[in-house]
Design a protein around this ligand. Structure first.
Ligand code: XIL
Length: 378
């Protein structure tokens, strides 16, 4: 059912394939990814290793990934908490399996993430660690050991890493602290060391700072904090290649569009400033919280799709952005349900496919936005 591009996509692809070999190679292979590749971009999704969630072990989910994705990211399985659940105990089994699956299926795999600059998401043992009499040295030893351990294990099989995730506090724009960064003597020192270590250990890889500053009203301080951080990287010559736009979008108002027009110009100014510093862009975790939209599924899905289309049209107009990654393909397994349920308890509908694995208007909106995006230079 979902294995083929829709008729309209197939016709468009065949027409384009007639005079573009890149499209010809991709045509008929993968729906959204094929449309993206025709423009010099890629499309992908988060995947997990737990068969009760969005796992490749679940045949229906695997079919969705094969239908639309050329790029995957592990929802949790590369996170520090996961690969180092206790001091000295390493657990790479889940991510190893995921990487094997993505290789077998001809999909690239992003690395997410090496350092998550939030206490809650760092390993509990590390938050409680005794850093001893020379805390900065001990912290640097642990940090470099982790970054080198992961990047060297996977070598060139992983070509892009979210080296640091979510270091900026949204309400203030200040930097977050963890036990590790306190021991290091500051968050900047920690982040800089993570990127420098990653560049030395994985010189082939794209190194990304990833965060959720978004275009909605209320994100101004978050965006300003991220800009300061990115400026600091350039001043200190820290090897950061790209900004990851998580893109956990949030609608508001009865038609989902409230605040949209007000925020578009600010969003452009933000992306202009980021790209002017030479950073590439990626959409790393796209999904949509249907806040304020009516409970009726049809209206909700249309509101979500229109909102995402407006966001993608602006964001994909930047040719420095080449990868679009959804944070899960189906509503059935989306993290949003646990993270922020709807006040009326109606199940969330944040993903391109519904809980029965049927394509929704959001999938069409992504397809249309990719098809309308300017072609990237080869
Ligand atoms: C989320 C996962 O989806 C959940 O399963 C987990 O419990 C918490 O993390 N920003 C990120 C992602 O960078 O890693 C988060 O993923 C969602 C927000």
């Amino acid at each position: 059912m979902v294995l083929k591009p829709t008729r309209r996509e197939a016709v468009a692809l065949l027409a384009a394939a007639a005079f573009c070999p890149r499209v010809a190679a991709a045509a008929g292979v993968r729906g959204l990814d094929a449309i993206a590749r025709a423009k010099g971009m890629r499309f992908g999704s988060a995947v997990s290793a737990n068969p009760r969630t969005g796992s490749f072990d679940n045949p229906a989910y695997a079919a969705l990934l094969r239908a639309d994705c050329g790029l995957l990211v592990a929802e949790n399985e590369m996170k520090w908490q996961h690969v180092a659940p206790a001091p000295g105990r390493l657990n790479f089994a889940a991510f190893d399996r995921m990487l094997d699956w993505s290789d077998r299926n001809g999909m690239a795999m992003r690395g997410h993430n090496l350092v998550w600059q939030r206490r809650k998401w760092m390993p509990a043992w590390l938050e409680a660690h005794d850093f001893g009499g020379r805390p900065a040295t001990e912290a640097a030893r642990i940090l470099t050991g982790h970054v080198e351990g992961v990047t060297r294990r996977y070598g060139t099989r992983v070509q892009s890493y979210d080296v640091v995730n979510e270091a900026v506090t949204p309400d203030t724009g200040a930097l977050e602290e963890t036990a590790l960064s306190q021991a290091m003597g500051g968050t900047e020192a920690t982040i800089d060391l993570a990127f420098r270590t990653a560049r030395a250990a994985a010189p082939h890889a794209e190194l990304v700072y990833n965060d959720y500053m978004s275009w909605e009203p209320g994100n101004a301080k978050h965006r300003a904090g991220v800009l300061r951080l990115l400026e600091g990287f350039r001043r200190r010559d820290v090897p950061v290649d790209a900004l990851g736009l998580q893109s956990h979008l949030v609608t508001s108002g009865p038609d989902g569009s409230q605040g949209l027009l007000a925020s578009q110009e600010e969003w452009r100014r933000f992306l202009d400033a980021v790209t002017a510093m030479g950073y590439r862009l990626l959409i790393t975790e796209l999904d949509v919280r249907d806040n304020g939209l009516p409970v009726e599924a049809g209206a909700r899905d249309r509101g979500v799709a229109d909102y995402a289309r407006a966001y993608l049209d602006v964001t994909l107009s930047y040719p420095r952005l080449r990868d679009v990654v959804a944070w899960g393909m189906t509503d059935r397994f989306s993290w949003i349900e646990d993270f922020e349920p709807r006040p009326d308890k109606a199940p969330r509908r944040p993903c391109p496919y519904d809980d029965q694995f049927r394509a929704k208007p959001l999938r069409d909106a992504i397809a249309a936005a990719l098809a309308a995006a300017p072609e990237r230079a080869a």
